[in-house]
Write a protein that binds this ligand. Structure first.
Ligand code: PLP
Length: 409
């Protein structure tokens, strides 16, 4: 069950939620791409914060406020180190990937995208990296363009040079597709975009959970991810932005903490990143996220990456052999998810039968409807893998799929 480098049996003992029965069967959790489970270390860190340190940040001179501020700012440093950012002031705490992308669209976008300009995204994107750009383009009279995806689930990079035009103001691209698992060669895309002076945002929601990410090496302008997919709490996420980019951007929301001074007539905005953190932040969330990162780094991101690669290969092979199953997405490099359909059986029915067997998977369009349209399907079944999953989990999924076949025979 366990592999050299990653003791999965030991890892599983760190996740209390996994040790339960669902519908009389041991829980097999294969939905971490939607939201990952939390190790005890994260749950304890949040509980410790509320038990000992809870107070509002930045504004108080009393001890608890100072402690809460220190915990919040040290979480920012922790995230900066995790992404290998040069400066912790490049880390903006937000609610999640969705809010991070909306922030860039409404702040950077409104300032830099005008009538007739273009924003370039891809057909692989989650709605979180489509809709904010559609809204921006509608507001600004700009045009949203897409890098196409081929039948295997790879981006058609031979189209890139023609799609990066003198009107392109931003390229926004996912690092890993949540629906197909395609790992996008973002480094190459960034190099080609930056050669033309075009900034790049990377949606890292499905990447940071599976392999180490270095924003300086990538040389991206923005990188976004969500805490809850990284084994941290819900309600906290991160926008990394190069300091000079963030400094040139206007605030996204107005309110407390994002100001230096306010008169009846005028507000002087705070420096970055606080300029983008209006209102009371999710301090406990940031503390929990830092604990999740500490946990992952204790386990080892390289070991996690090796485990995930090995388990994905096993899962693709095993699921692909179930009669009637068609796997979607054969991209050159894949990570984290097995997406499939079964002849004449609706994905929701498959998900319902699997749930009766204790197996949790996601079914539907995975918030990637344009991608589903490219593949000519309305929905798929998606099993997603994490560091606590085992070959036995995959075997349970396969047994469940045989059951599905019996039920719908
Ligand atoms: N981007 C990708 C690739 C995702 O998989 C998701 C969530 O599934 C999101 C963005 C949105 O994340 P959140 O709902 O945490 O903001």
């Amino acid at each position: 069950m366990s592999r050299p480098g990653l003791d999965v049996a030991r890892v599983r003992t760190d996740f209390p939620i996994l040790h339960q029965e669902v519908r009389g069967r041991p829980l097999v959790y294969l939905d971490s791409a939607a939201s990952a489970q939390k190790p005890r270390a994260v749950i304890d860190a949040i509980s410790h914060f509320y038990t000992h340190d809870n107070a509002n940040v930045h504004r108080g001179v009393h001890t608890l406020s100072e402690r809460a501020t220190a915990a919040f700012e040290s979480a920012r440093e922790r995230v900066a180190r995790f992404l290998h950012a040069k400066d912790d002031k490049e880390i903006v705490f937000v609610r999640g990937t969705t809010e991070a992308i909306n922030l860039v669209a409404q702040s950077f976008g409104r300032k830099n995208v005008g009538p007739g300009d273009e924003v370039l995204i891809t057909e692989l994107e989650h709605h979180a990296n489509i809709v904010p750009w559609q809204m921006l383009c509608e507001q600004q009279g700009a045009r949203l363009r897409y890098i196409p995806v081929d039948k295997k689930g790879d981006l058609a990079l031979d189209r890139l040079d023609e799609l990066l035009t003198p009107r392109t103001r931003l390229l926004a691209v996912t690092h890993v597709s949540n629906a197909l698992g395609t790992v996008v060669p973002v480094k190459e895309l960034i190099r080609r975009a930056r050669a033309r002076g075009i900034p790049v945002l990377v949606d890292g929601a499905q990447a940071v959970t599976h392999f180490p990410v270095d924003v300086v090496e990538l040389d991206c302008d923005f990188y976004a991810f969500s805490g809850h997919k990284l084994f941290g709490p819900m309600g906290i996420g991160v926008l990394y932005g190069k300091k000079e980019r963030l400094e040139a951007m206007p605030p996204y929301q107005g309110g407390g903490d994002m100001i230096l001074s306010v008169t009846k007539e005028k507000t002087v905005y705070n420096r970055v990143p606080y300029r983008f953190e209006a209102g009371t932040p999710d301090v406990a969330g940031a503390v929990g996220l830092a604990a999740a990162i500490d946990y992952l780094e204790r386990v080892g991101m390289e070991a996690i990456a090796a485990h995930d690669r090995e388990l994905l290969a096993y899962a693709e092979e095993a699921v692909g052999q179930v009669p009637g199953v068609r796997l979607l997405g054969q991209a050159r490099e894949r990570s984290g998810v097995v997406s499939f359909v079964m002849e004449d059986i609706h994905p929701h029915d498959i998900g319902t039968v699997l749930d009766r067997e204790g197996v949790a998977v996601r079914t539907g369009h995975h918030c990637a409807q344009p991608l589903m349209q490219c593949f000519g399907v309305a929905a798929t079944v998606r099993a997603s893998l994490a560091l606590y999953n085992t070959r036995e989990d995959v075997d349970a999924l396969v047994r469940g799929l045989h059951k599905v076949r019996e039920v719908f025979a």
